[in-house]
Design a protein around this ligand. Structure first.
Ligand SMILES: Cc1cc2nc3c(=O)[nH]c(=O)nc-3n(C[C@H](O)[C@H](O)[C@H](O)COP(=O)(O)O)c2cc1C
Length: 205
């Protein structure tokens, strides 16, 4: 357990700063129930995340269906996008266990939860860590900006009026950073999909 926690810290989980990663939740038999980007912090030896009401993750956690899973630590912005809006493709990819897709996988069991009116806080006990990337990956603004755009995008369904307008501006600014810092066709195609999704979300109210 100590060794697992030591590795978890080395990967970048900390008490002070959210680590944004992709959680894969499974039921007691190991069947995948959901993929979702979440922010994680360390608290008292647990990996902790606050899941807001309204989504699938909240339901499967509160109903007790989700029991365990793993966190895929990655900087791959496409995987973040898929885990939100094309979950079946994300699961298919993750199931291949392609080396390097996740820089690391942290297996967990949900130890306990704390219910609040608009959220549930989950306490995950890390049970095993597999690290697959040993070659350092440099920081790219494009990748960080895609993640930032996605964070704002996921807030759109819960906001109206002036707040929604400000959120849309945040998405636009983040996408501008992507186009300023990269000519990669992969990044551009995700940026295009994010714009399309934003239009769809704002049309449907
Ligand atoms: C990088 C990133 C981090 C996120 N962190 C959280 C979080 O900590 N808690 C949360 O409730 N939602 C978070 N979100 C938003 C959820 O991923 C989003 O609301 C998602 O649509 C919920 O999906 P679900 O319906 O499958 O649960 C985050 C999104 C991104 C892109």
């Amino acid at each position: 357990m100590r060794d697992v926690l030591r590795l978890v810290r080395r990967i970048g989980f900390s008490k002070t700063t959210y680590l944004e990663a992709i959680a894969v939740f499974t039921d007691g038999a190991g069947a995948v129930l959901n993929t979702v980007p979440l922010g994680f912090k360390l608290r008292d030896g647990y990996i902790v995340s606050r899941v807001f009401r309204g989504g699938r993750t909240f339901s499967i956690v509160v109903s007790g269906l989700a029991r365990q899973g793993y966190i895929c630590v990655t900087q791959n912005p496409k995987l973040f996008y898929l885990s939100l809006y094309e979950k079946d493709r994300a699961i298919q990819l993750l199931n291949t266990r392609r080396r390097g897709l996740c820089d690391a996988r942290v297996e967990f069991s949900i130890e306990f939860t704390e219910n609040h009116s608009s959220s549930v806080v989950i306490y995950l006990k890390p049970t095993a860590v597999a690290i697959s990337r040993r070659i350092p990956r440099g920081f790219t603004r494009a990748s960080a900006s895609i993640i930032e755009a996605l964070v704002w995008l996921t807030k759109i369904p819960y906001a109206r009026g002036g707040r929604r307008k400000r959120i849309i501006e945040h998405v636009e600014h983040s996408l501008e950073s992507v186009s300023r810092s990269s000519r990669s066709s992969v990044y551009r195609s995700i940026a295009r999909k994010i714009r399309e999704k934003m239009l769809e979300l704002t049309k449907t109210g």
